[in-house]
Design a protein around this ligand. Structure first.
Ligand code: NAD
Ligand code: UDP
Length: 315
């Protein structure tokens, strides 16, 4: 009999959570998906509802949760700047109170717990590419701070629960991830550009488009998260998970236009405040400790993602 675990995924109805739930159910685990549907949708997980090993609970992680589990993936938190800035106080509460509640649950049940942290903990970095040892350049009072500082405080809580209570923790620093099941109105760059290109609308490049990002296809990321969760006891992270291929936002726009065959043109908009100029993960640690590196290059991932959005838009 396979090693079947009871796994809680908070934020399981969101973009990454959906892929993680699907994969962990397919591997024979009992999966409990907890979500308040702020950015996640029931449609995302509809295909899992008939699975006897899958359960869905509407719940806000800023309130305590009492369930019995072996592993917890704490993903609950809006990830798109548009969504996390919509109600910034709730964003900080979700990261901080959510972490406290899920760590309390892990303490009581002796579950292993993984935090979905972010490259945003590096802010607008002065070190490039970013290794985990870099402590970042983050504005504590800007429009992105509710997310960046909320995630940084969650990391602090994870390591204090480990030091103080001996919790079994794992912290992943996720870099920009994309793929099928992103919400068309999510507001993040890959989904925005693909939807605009498919609809023949102008492609909205913020600033001069020379800022860079590194884009990881969601299947690679989910594989990294599962490997980190199941890594040996001494491996806690924080660990960068991302694709080191680095592209300017203008290059991304050109690739999306080529992939879609769109006639859309670029339109340049104001750069949002505190928008980081460059971001690229140093994944030496993940290669070494997890034997993990992304296998899907941007061109291949864009082909799959464009196919998904074409279907979603057609109908
Ligand atoms: P998403 O917005 O699609 O998913 C987040 C999910 O959390 C949604 O289903 C939302 O409804 C749920 N949620 C939000 N607040 C909640 C609350 N208080 N209680 C319960 N559920 C709540 O985002 P995603 O891209 O799937 O990101 C998942 C996680 O990974 C997030 O923690 C995010 O910070 C992290 N992350 C993502 C990326 C990325 O590029 N996608 C990069 C870095 C980190
Ligand atoms: N961006 C853009 N056009 C868009 C959406 C985003 O040029 O329609 C830019 C944004 O300013 C940032 C980059 O793309 O420089 C990545 O933005 P996203 O919101 O996807 O994630 P971030 O890495 O900033 O959290």
């Amino acid at each position: 009999m396979p090693d079947r675990k009871r796994i809680l995924i908070t934020g399981g109805a969101g973009f990454i959570g959906t892929h993680l739930c699907t994969r962990l159910v397919a591997e024979g685990n009992d999966v409990l998906c907890v979500d308040n549907f702020f950015t996640g949708t029931k449609d995302n997980i509809a295909h899992l509802l008939r699975e006897p090993r899958f359960e869905m609970m509407r719940h806000d992680v800023t309130f305590p949760l009492y369930v019995e589990v072996d592993q917890i993936y704490n993903l609950a938190c809006p990830a798109s700047p548009v969504h996390y800035q919509y109600d910034p106080v709730q964003t900080t509460k979700t990261s901080v109170h959510g972490a406290i509640n899920m760590l309390g649950l892990a303490k009581r049940t002796e579950a292993r717990i993984l935090q979905a942290s972010t490259s945003e903990v590096y802010g607008d970095p002065h070190v490039h590419p970013q290794p985990e040892t870099y402590t970042g350049n983050v504005n504590p009072i800007g429009p992105r701070s509710c997310y960046d500082e909320g995630k940084r405080c969650a990391e602090t809580l994870f390591f204090d629960y480990k030091r103080q209570h001996g919790l079994d923790i794992k912290v992943a620093r996720i870099f920009n991830t994309y793929g099928p099941n992103m919400h068309p109105n999510d507001g993040r760059v890959v989904s925005n550009f693909i939807v605009q290109a498919l609809n023949g609308q102008p492609i909205t490049v913020y600033g001069d488009g020379l800022q860079t990002r590194s884009f990881c296809y969601v299947d690679d990321l989910v594989d990294g998260l599962i490997r980190l969760m199941n890594s040996p006891d001494g491996v806690t992270g924080p660990m960068n998970l991302g694709n080191p291929g680095e592209f300017t936002i203008k290059e991304l726009a050109e690739k999306v236009i080529a992939e879609t065959g769109s006639k859309s043109e670029l339109t340049f908009k104001r750069l949002p405040e505190d928008d980081p100029m460059q971001r690229c993960p140093d994944i030496t640690l993940a290669k070494d400790k997890l034997d993990w590196q992304p296998g899907i290059a941007l061109a291949e991932g864009l082909t799959k993602t464009v196919a998904y959005f074409r279907d979603a838009i057609d109908g």
